[in-house]
Design a protein around this ligand. Structure first.
Ligand code: NAP
Length: 245
């Protein structure tokens, strides 16, 4: 599963699951572009640990122009975009009756439109290169729903539909698009959950545990590699067995 000579873009790669993905891809030899809203030490940490080239690009994935400009910058500085990991995401939880339109719009524009913007920005250079890998980070709640997350569940279900469509539209161009659906992973995002909610979910996860960002990163690395060349349009759950289809 060597990724030597590949350039991987990780959105929201400064921390959490995105950082673990960037680390995992770098450990297999990929050069890394971290696209995030704020500057971090992550790129330096990666290059000093794995000796790969890293850059940091300030990007708001929800903004089409920012997404396009960021990909141009990656190509200019690192030479290509071989792998795109759409990981950036937010939550604005509320029960639907109380949900404000701003909460709906914020989540849809980052978690769904952001994925669309980034995919659109990379497919032309990938077609020119005659190969590419796209891995979109969805969520189990896009498959099973979740009270208090109408905006987030709708966005993640949308990501799954978008991934399958991209897989169909670009299969003959040798671009594979897949999604990874994490269950409950120990990050800043899930630290916001109350102990009561944590207990409820853990009791419903067959393994009885939350996952780690590294668990997600390993599945993403596989889908980003040549070992997954005949896999496209799929959703791989990394969820301790929470969702079984
Ligand atoms: P996190 O710790 O909150 O990190 C999210 C990252 O995305 C941060 O670096 C954040 O930047 C960045 N980001 C937010 N909005 C952005 C934007 N508009 N443009 C570019 N970057 C942006 O979240 P996480 O738990 O690692 O989650 C990563 C992904 O996994 C998300 O898509 C999430 O929905 C998904 N997921 C997580 C879980 C879980 O249990 N944690 C489960 C299922 C799916 P700032 O630091 O500037 O805010």
């Amino acid at each position: 599963m060597s990724l030597k000579g590949k350039v991987a873009v990780v959105t929201g790669g400064a921390r959490g699951i995105g950082k673990a993905i960037a680390m995992e891809l770098a450990s297999r030899g990929a050069d890394i572009a971290i696209l995030d809203m704020a500057s971090s030490d992550t790129p330096k940490e990666i290059s000093s640990k794995y000796g790969v080239r890293t850059i940091e690009v300030m990007c708001n994935v929800a903004d089409e122009a920012s997404a396009e400009k960021s990909i141009d910058e990656v190509i200019e500085k690192l030479g290509s975009v071989d792998i795109l990991i759409n990981n950036a995401g937010i939550t604005r939880d509320n029960l639907m009756l109380r949900m404000k339109h701003e909460e709906w719009d914020a989540v849809i524009s980052i978690n769904l439109t952001g994925v669309y913007n980034m995919c659109k920005a990379v497919v032309r250079p990938m077609m020119k290169a005659k190969s590419g890998k796209i891995v979109n980070i969805a969520s189990v709640v896009g498959q099973m729903g979740n009270a208090g997350q109408a905006n987030y569940s709708a966005a993640k279900a949308g990501v799954i539909g978008l991934t399958k469509t991209i897989a169909r539209e670009f299969a003959k161009k040798n671009i594979q698009a897949n999604a990874v659906a994490p269950g409950f992973i120990d990050t800043d995002m899930t630290k916001k959950l109350s102990q009561e909610v944590v207990n409820y979910f853990v009791s419903n996860i067959p393994t009885g545990t939350f996952g780690t960002p590294e668990d997600v990163a390993k599945a993403v690395a596989f889908l980003s590699s040549a070992d997954a060349n005949y896999i496209t349009g799929q959703v791989i759950n990394v969820d301790g067995g929470l969702v079984m289809s």
